[in-house]
Write a protein that binds this ligand. Structure first.
Ligand code: ADP
Length: 376
């Protein structure tokens, strides 16, 4: 039994309004409350000009009130998400841009459709896409993984698909079941050694076939590895499906952040919620056990904070992770014996944990066509 909205509102009516009389509910500061399993999402509106200190005060008071309520009711509480509706990225119901070309969503029977994007190539976008897909599958979710990175499809190598033939049954592509994931890669359909010039409409056509002509079956989550950047092709692919949200992969350096900010803005402009940022290659642990912040650890986390989007976690640079990717064995990243210790399994578990929560919250918000609750 999760906490009910009424219980939460009652608890928040006991929190005094820091800007004057009354409490957070009677002063109309709490706008909207939603719950999903052990997660609670609360939208808050403060008068313009309320400074950072007041916001933090309100955020902390709300979190404290909900956690105290949960403890008193013996309920497990994973996450209390407090959003300020007047902040960037948190406007209620960003209008989705009209689909370019056809909307392919109906062809995928998935509870969540997640795109993994990046501002530029080489930051580990495909590595993160593969490992979150495998991580979700290890939690017993039915996961599809679509390699849409037509510029440099990596799944054949990272999942060990090279030796496998693409099967077709009654005219439909059969996804390859590897590491608990149903995978399809455009790399298995085009000659990897021949350069192809992709334009938006052409990429949409290829993407459409991969989505519509694949026997995906029922899925909990579909993970899509998008091409890097914010050009015509990633933009077109993003518009082809109604996404639950997007994950942005970024390395810590300033130059990588600048590109990642553009990717975040692209999704936001398309009305796609950014579920969070993953900081990849965050730091390096040497043989001496010391941690080296080669690229300026924490840079992507600070960027996420600045943009007011969730931070899903940091993945260090790790030789075993690179070797397992080259060997097509991502499952090895989840076992300390084959992942060069427990730092990679721990980092991946944290990213997958946070992503699961953000997916649930985003899907709840989409389903409820936000904001729906009027408080009188
Ligand atoms: P992108 O999809 O952004 O172009 P990839 O996921 O293909 O990047 O990663 C580029 C290379 O870096 C790959 O060889 C991959 O194995 C390696 N790599 C990615 N993340 C890490 C990491 N955290 N530690 C070590 N190697 C990594």
């Amino acid at each position: 039994m999760a906490l009910s909205k009424d219980q939460i509102l009652e608890a928040l009516s006991a929190v005094p309004n820091p800007l004057g009389g009354g409490d957070l509910v009677s002063a109309d500061i709490v706008q909207w409350v939603a719950t999903c399993e052990s997660n609670v999402s609360i939208k808050v509106s403060l008068p313009r000009g309320a400074d950072r200190r007041v916001r933090e005060d309100v955020r902390r008071s709300i979190e404290r009130a909900v956690h105290t309520l949960a403890a008193g009711e013996d309920e497990v509480m994973d996450r209390v998400l407090v959003e300020f509706v007047d902040e960037q990225n948190k406007e209620p119901a960003p209008a989705r841009q009209p689909q370019q070309g056809e909307d392919l969503t109906a062809a995928v029977n998935a509870r969540y459709i997640i795109a993994v994007g990046a501002g530029k190539g080489g930051v580990g976008k495909s590595t993160v896409a593969v490992n979150i897909a495998v991580g979700l599958a290890r939690r017993k979710l039915a996961v599809g993984l679509l390699d849409g990175d037509i510029y440099g499809p990596s799944l054949p190598t990272m999942l060990g698909l090279d030796a496998m033939d693409q099967q077709v049954h009654q005219g439909n592509l059969q996804p390859m079941l590897v590491h608990g994931v149903k995978a399809i890669s455009i790399g298995k359909m085009v000659d990897a050694d021949k350069p192809l010039i992709w334009r938006g409409p052409m990429a949409h056509g290829a993407f459409k076939q991969l989505i519509e002509r694949t026997d995906w079956g029922d899925l909990d989550a579909m993970v899509i590895d998008l091409p890097p950047g914010t050009g015509d092709v990633p933009l077109t692919l993003t518009q082809s499906l109604r996404l639950t949200g997007a994950v942005i992969v970024c390395t810590p350096q300033k130059v990588a952040q600048d590109d990642a900010v553009r990717a975040v803005r692209m999704f936001q402009q398309l009305g796609v919620e950014v579920l969070g940022v993953v900081e990849n290659m965050s730091y390096f642990i040497g043989d001496d056990g010391k941690e080296y912040d080669i690229f300026g650890r924490g840079g992507a986390e600070v960027m996420a904070q600045r943009l007011n989007i969730p931070f899903l976690g940091a993945i260090p640079i790790n030789m075993a992770l690179r070797a397992n990717s080259d060997a097509g064995d991502p499952s090895a990243n989840f076992d300390p014996r084959t992942a060069g210790g427990d730092q990679i399994p721990r980092a991946l578990a944290q990213v997958v944990d946070n992503l699961e929560k953000q997916m649930a919250l985003a899907s709840m918000r989409l389903g409820q066509n936000r904001p729906t609750l009027n408080i009188s």
